[in-house]
Design a protein around this ligand. Structure first.
Ligand SMILES: [Zn+2]
Length: 451
């Protein structure tokens, strides 16, 4: 038994169905689960004095490539679009190993947590032939060391340059080897129970690095194992042209022909869907992970979020890999998303609060989780606290629901709580010496990039 009482918060923004906000309220978490919200008159093992704080549900990241934290801000790719950018970066990524995966995961997830994220999905799809073993093990170890809720994926590529794909030969594997390892990863790490800290999805990389056979077999295996399916789709016009030329179908029709549609599937980006395809996503419950910064950086286009929300397409928020972001901060993503859609869609744009719900309840939905994403009794004890007595927030808390998107937060959150445990306190990770890790990781980046 362990309990945490967040006492006397100025506001608790729940993001629940009734859009409730509690003023001057307490929140009690017992054994990792929210036990009460409101006026709580019960003792607890630990008490946070939340006077002057706003409490929000933990943010949920629905698409990332944590290994890319170690290939950011590289001058040679700054002016490129997706296909050339990938071809250039694969020459670096083919040298990754377990240490790169572990330390880039610590760095990226540490930054996410300092900015209010409590659940991270990662799409790891680079398995170099010399270092293919044990990569997910290292990623789960990093998550456990930090205390974040981890949703990993066994990504894959089997279509190299010689077969008309983009990646080099040394990072692709055979369909059989991939499927065996997918099954092993699910059996070893996937915990389907409520409040689970570890889940696994199957996530072949993209239509231009994966064969039809691998996509088809991955869908069959995922349903056999009861896990979710994820990949990149409709990110660029180059991808659309590639699929049209090679298969004579638009990307969504191609994926649907291989079993990739339904409420157990979510796609990263989803920019270039037409009207008919948006209706198809809505009626099948197929989700989209919105990655605005990456889409802007790579000149990929603007995802049709206002139309998706109007039609009821499940949508969540994501940072995407750090090579196209170039960081891991969902609060920054939230504000950029807000501004991007204001610019693009004016009156039709989602409000700041709509976007907060997208990054919490919306993200939970596309990850297939009903135990996270809102602050309600019975939900997981995942939240973060922002003190409003900061110079940059003076007068900004008039509308606590929209503040994070319309005003934005400059600097770390004050507390992040995952599963009822304080993982960020006074803006710093509680389980990691940030200075020591920053030095160690920086040294590893230099060795890795020199390979
Ligand atoms: Zn991506």
């Amino acid at each position: 038994m362990s309990s945490l009482l967040i006492r006397n918060a100025a506001h608790i923004v729940t993001c629940d169905h009734q859009d409730r906000v509690y003023d001057h309220a307490d929140l009690l978490i017992r054994d990792g689960v929210i036990a009460a919200i409101g006026a709580v008159d019960q003792p607890a093992d630990e008490v946070i004095d939340a006077a002057g704080c706003i409490v929000y549900p933990g943010l949920i990241n629905t698409h990332h490539h944590l290994y890319q934290v170690f290939s950011r801000n590289l001058p040679q790719v700054q002016n490129m679009e997706l296909f050339d950018w990938l071809r250039t970066l694969y020459e670096i990524w083919k040298n990754l190993d377990g240490d790169v995966v572990y330390h880039s995961s610590l760095t990226g997830m540490g930054e996410l947590m300092k900015n209010g994220c409590t659940t991270c999905f990662d799409h790891h799809y680079v398995f170099p032939n010399d270092h293919a073993e044990g990569l997910l093990e290292r990623q789960f170890a990093a998550a456990e060391d930090l205390g974040i809720r981890m949703y990993a994926s066994r990504g894959s590529m089997d279509l190299s340059k010689k077969d008309g794909g983009l990646p080099p030969d040394s990072v692709v594997q055979s369909v059989d080897r991939i499927l065996d390892d997918c099954r092993r990863a699910v059996e070893r790490f996937h915990d389907p129970a409520p409040y689970s800290m570890r889940r696994v999805a199957l996530a072949p990389c993209s239509p231009f690095s994966v064969s039809e056979e691998l996509l088809r077999q991955s869908a069959i295996l995922a349903r056999d194992l009861g896990v979710r399916l994820h990949t990149h789709l409709c990110e660029t016009k180059d991808e659309e042209n590639y699929v049209l030329e090679r298969f004579g179908m638009r990307p969504l029709a191609y994926m649907e022909s291989l079993g990739w549609i339904g409420s157990d599937v979510w796609y990263a980006h989803g920019i270039h869907f037409n009207d008919e395809e948006l209706h198809r996503l809505a009626e099948t419950g197929t989700g989209v992970a919105h990655c605005p910064i990456s889409n802007m950086k790579l000149s990929s286009g603007v995802c049709r979020i206002p139309d998706m929300l109007r039609l009821g397409v499940p949508v969540g928020l994501a940072v995407d890999g750090s090579a196209s972001n170039d960081g891991s901060n969902l609060l920054e993503e939230l504000r950029v998303a807000y501004l991007l859609h204001r610019l693009q869609s004016s009156h039709q744009a989602p409000s700041g609060y709509d976007l907060l719900k997208l990054a919490t309840a919306g993200s939970a939905r596309i990850l297939g989780r009903d135990d996270i994403g809102t602050l309600e009794p019975g939900k997981a004890g995942d939240c973060f606290l922002v003190r409003t007595n900061r110079l940059e927030l003076v007068g900004a808390d008039l509308d606590p629901k929209s503040m994070l998107a319309t005003v934005g937060l400059k600097g770390s959150v004050d507390y992040t709580v995952v599963n009822g445990k304080v993982t960020v306190r006074e803006g710093h990770l509680t389980r990691l010496d940030e200075g020591v890790e920053a030095e160690r990781a920086a040294a590893l980046v230099r060795t890795y990039l020199a390979r």
